[in-house]
Design a protein around this ligand. Structure first.
Ligand code: FES
Length: 75
């Protein structure tokens, strides 16, 4: 699904950029150009950013929990 029609940026493209380290709207703007023209995509882009960051945080939390279990096995 397209988030930014002006730049042809899809939700998947946004998520890819977020998973590669873009964690602010200004990062998405500088790397992909989202919101650079009409700006109508700002709310949807921010929603995708917030969801992806939340998913990323949950994934890291799960990895850390799993990692702690693995460390216990070696003690
Ligand atoms: S829809 Fe993104 S700048 Fe116009």
């Amino acid at each position: 699904m397209y988030v930014c029609i002006c730049k042809g940026i899809t939700e998947n493209k946004l998520r890819e950029a977020i998973h590669q380290g873009a964690d602010r709207m200004r990062d998405l703007k500088s790397t992909l150009g989202v919101t650079e023209q009409c700006g109508r995509c700002a709310c949807h882009a921010k929603q995708v950013l917030d969801e992806a960051l939340s998913e990323k945080s949950q994934l890291l939390h799960n990895m850390q929990s799993h990692s702690a279990c693995a460390c216990d096995a070696y003690l």
